[in-house]
Design a binder for this molecule. Structure first.
Ligand SMILES: C[S@@+](CC[C@H](N)C(=O)[O-])C[C@H]1O[C@@H](n2cnc3c(N)ncnc32)[C@H](O)[C@@H]1O
Length: 777
């Protein structure tokens, strides 16, 4: 059967790669953005045109820019070979955040003037105003990141409201029911793609939910004031807690506290409510509030023994300990647990938590032997360990903003720091869809797990505003100058958080990693793979190490175990030396490398980049490297047509030519990255027939990474001032070690193996997998 209507643009493609699909999406997006901007420009400041109830309800049908693409994707030899996860059945869901980046309202409800829907102007932020509304429908998915509701004001006008998921998922109930009352602060009424306007809420604090008996509500809407005593509210809270309705429990306990009369406001009654609310908040992962409630629930013990007061204090202190532990405030947790042991020395729960807390404190000071502590099963999970940060601190650099510096000498191979993620999203097991969010004014988008990290960071700060300064201290790109005050203001009970600043912080500071098939036997070895690759990878935000700048001649290599990032010194680091790492897997082609780093807004000024920039041979080398790439792609064909020896000679010929593009006056003691692939290939090709030649290439491959290697019969010296640790170096060292062992130079072979193991640990974070890959000594 044939259809007369033209097929949607994507289904015309028999198969399509992710890269091609993204290109299509990007192109369509550009058209949409242009249309939207034109439409917005024409409408700015014009009076809202009222819609009928029926028309608004019809608009609730999900409609915006969501593509579920039918043809299965195929991985081809497309220019994005870095996408490794199986791509079958992947679908792309994309959507735009429809507002230009704009700050949240920082005004208190009491200072805002009420307005009505009919007073709205299009494309306008209504500063100093607020809308009092109620939902008249349940939610409907508006796009993959926004939820839509029909809402009405007290005059009965109705409109479509879209709430960014951050605002919904950070709302305690995570779901807004039909009939919910709320205020939208300083509303923004803006265009969407299909000629309509919607009210929109992007920032969590721009919406304030109201109880049904709130005095702000008009009489016609307000239910009778629920006249409960504090004790009744507390009992309602207890029931809700028992039923695991933690949001409701917290609300009831809060009402119980405000309903306390002066006569009831004694230590005893107040203490019970605080302790109970602490429990509800622990269950809601609101550790700031749980901690302060728990402490408020600690009673002053009378002089005479009072078993009830003691039991209550044990409860309160235990909750304080748990909350402090989750906030990473291990000293506070320790002191809470120690106070319990003074009351109840054999409390088993307390002793267990006390021991756990003590282990974290030891880890903070001495570092954790992370691989022994976690084992390989930790991959992709959140591990229970503490940061080890005391060897480094953030300081101002001369030209690169803040940087991370060693506060003590760190020997090669040692842990520079290990840090637990503030937010971590493991790669999806079954990545069927990924989201793409591009604000209309932006030239870049946010993809896949990066969006999940964004959500997680916002949720964490909304739950625990005490962590905000850590996040807000991070570099947020050129459009967001540093904040003078890092504490997030709390207005009407909500932290006022700019989701667009957070998005930029994630963009510039998060690490993403995917597992390269070539590296899987390297246990945890991970590549930093920003951009496209993130859609499959695990991703996290690690705050302390975010102060670390990039250098192609880095001195710290990072790897991941669970949600911990581990940096190891790739050479001896002196006290007060700046610690640097690779932001992006290094490319031998300077133009490609530079373009990648420009996405972070800078050009690297390391000696290697300087040499590549100034050496007159760089363009010739680029051309030769392109030839190398072409030859390697055609290798199966070449092998079929010519003798293997001839094929190798073709590569050796290229090697000689590329070597000449590295004049000593520019590249003295520097890596010669353009030689690595060819030496590696030749080492492999000669391995069986001419092992001596293979070892020559293996050593040359190591040298091309910047290692200066001088060997005697039973020893070697190595200069690694500008050397790069890499899995290929370990491979080649092990080739040399095996060869030397075969030749009877067992001492030398053993020493080279030790060096290989050290570099393996630097690259991999830990030694697991080494024996599996290279066998026993
Ligand atoms: C993760 S932050 C690193 C810390 C940052 N310098 C700060 O002040 O907080 C990344 C940003 O640091 C800057 N940066 C990092 N490495 C750099 C380098 N080698 N040269 C110039 N700027 C660099 C860039 O602005 C980059 O977007």
């Amino acid at each position: 059967m044939t259809s007369t209507s033209s097929p949607p643009p994507y289904t015309a493609q028999p198969t399509i790669t992710v890269a091609q699909k993204l290109e299509l999406v990007q192109a369509e997006l550009e058209v949409a953005k242009l249309r939207l901007r034109k439409q917005a420009g024409e409408r700015q400041g014009k009076q809202r045109v009222a819609s009928s109830r029926r028309a608004v309800l019809q608009r609730l049908v999900p409609r915006v820019v969501k593509q579920a693409l039918s043809p299965p994707l195929e991985q081809t030899s497309s220019p994005v070979p870095e996408i490794h996860a199986p791509l079958d059945h992947r679908r792309i869901a994309w959507n735009m955040i429809l507002s230009e980046e704009h700050p949240p309202s920082g005004s208190a409800l009491a200072s805002l003037k009420k307005m009505m829907l009919r007073d709205l102007s299009m494309e306008t932020h209504h500063s100093g105003k607020m809308l009092l509304l109620r939902t008249i429908t349940a939610s409907s998915m508006h796009s993959s990141m926004q939820t839509a509701y029909a809402v009405e004001d007290e005059r009965g006008d109705i409109e479509l409201l879209t709430i960014h998921d951050f605002a919904v998922t950070t709302h305690p109930s995570k779901a807004i029911q039909n009939g919910t009352f709320f205020v939208v602060k300083e509303p923004f009424y803006r265009s969407v793609l299909d000629e309509d306007c919607v009210l929109c809420v992007d920032h969590p604090s721009d919406i304030v939910f109201l109880d049904a008996d709130s005095p702000i509500l008009p009489d016609a809407w307000r239910s009778e004031v629920i006249d409960r005593s504090s004790v009744e509210w507390k009992q309602a809270g207890n029931h809700a807690l028992q039923d695991q309705q933690f949001v409701e429990a917290e609300r009831c306990y809060s009402r119980a506290l405000s309903a306390l009369t002066a006569a009831q406001a004694d230590d005893f009654a107040r203490g019970i409510i605080h302790r109970n609310r602490a429990q509800a908040r622990l269950c809601l992962h609101r550790h700031d509030g749980a901690y302060s409630d728990a402490l408020a629930g600690v009673r002053v013990l009378p002089k005479q023994p009072d078993p009830l007061a003691e039991i209550q204090n044990v409860r309160a202190l235990y909750r304080a300990g748990r909350a402090a532990y989750e906030l990473g405030a291990f000293d506070n947790a320790l002191s809470a647990y120690k106070s319990i042991t003074a009351i109840s020395p054999f409390n088993e729960d307390c002793l267990r938590e006390l021991k756990r807390t003590q282990s974290r404190i030891v880890e903070q000071t001495t570092g954790v032997n992370i691989w022994k502590a976690t084992g390989p099963s930790a991959h992709g999970t959140k591990v229970d360990h503490a940061d080890f940060l005391r060897r480094t601190e953030a300081r101002q650099t001369a030209h690169h903003g803040r940087g991370l510096f060693a506060v003590e000498a760190i020997p090669c191979g040692d842990i520079v720091l290990s840090e637990k993620a503030l937010a971590f999203v493991p790669s999806p097991v079954d990545p069927k869809t990924f989201n793409l969010v591009i604000p209309p004014g932006a030239t870049r988008g946010t993809f896949g797990t990066q969006i999940d990290i964004w959500t997680e960071v916002i949720q964490r700060i909304v739950a625990d505003p005490s962590i905000a300064p850590k996040v807000l201290s991070l570099y947020a790109g050129p459009n967001y100058p540093p904040l003078e005050n890092l504490d997030v203001p709390i207005v009407d009970g909500s932290p006022v958080l700019d989701i667009f600043r957070i998005e930029n912080i994630i963009e510039y500071n998060s690490f993403g990693y995917g597992h390269d098939p070539e590296l899987t036997s390297f246990g945890n070895a991970a590549l930093t793979t920003p951009g496209l690759n993130n859609m499959d990878g695990s991703m996290g935000l690690w705050v302390h190490c975010s102060a670390m700048n990039h250098s192609c001649l880095f001195n710290a290599e990072h790897s991941f175990i669970g949600d911990m990032i581990i940096f190891r010194a790739t050479r001896d680091i002196a006290k007060d030396e700046e610690i640097t790492t690779l932001y992006k897997e290094i490319n031998a082609d300077y133009d490609i490398r530079d373009a990648a780093l420009r996405t972070w807004g800078f050009s690297c000024d390391c000696k290697l980049c300087e040499a590549d920039r100034t050496c007159p041979e760089t363009p010739t080398r680029k051309h030769l490297m392109e030839q190398t790439r072409d030859l390697l792609l055609q290798l199966p064909l070449i092998k079929a047509l010519v003798e293997p020896r001839t094929a190798v000679m073709m590569f050796e010929d290229l090697l000689v030519k590329i070597e000449k593009t590295y004049p000593e006056e520019y590249y003295h003691n520097l890596p010669r990255l353009g030689l690595i692939t060819l030496h590696r290939y030749c080492a492999f090709a000669y391995a069986r027939a001419e092992p001596e030649k293979s070892i020559e290439h293996a050593l040359a491959c190591i040298e091309a990474h910047g290692y200066k290697f001088t060997m005697t019969d039973d020893n070697f010296e190595i200069d690694r001032t500008n050397a790069m640790s890499a899995p290929q170096v370990v491979d080649q060292l092990m080739n040399v070690s095996r060869y030397k062992a075969m030749k009877g130079q067992t001492i030398l072979a053993g020493k080279i193996r030790e060096l290989a193991l050290q570099i393996y640990i630097i690259v991999n974070g830990e030694p697991s997998g080494f024996q599996t890959r290279y066998g026993k000594a």
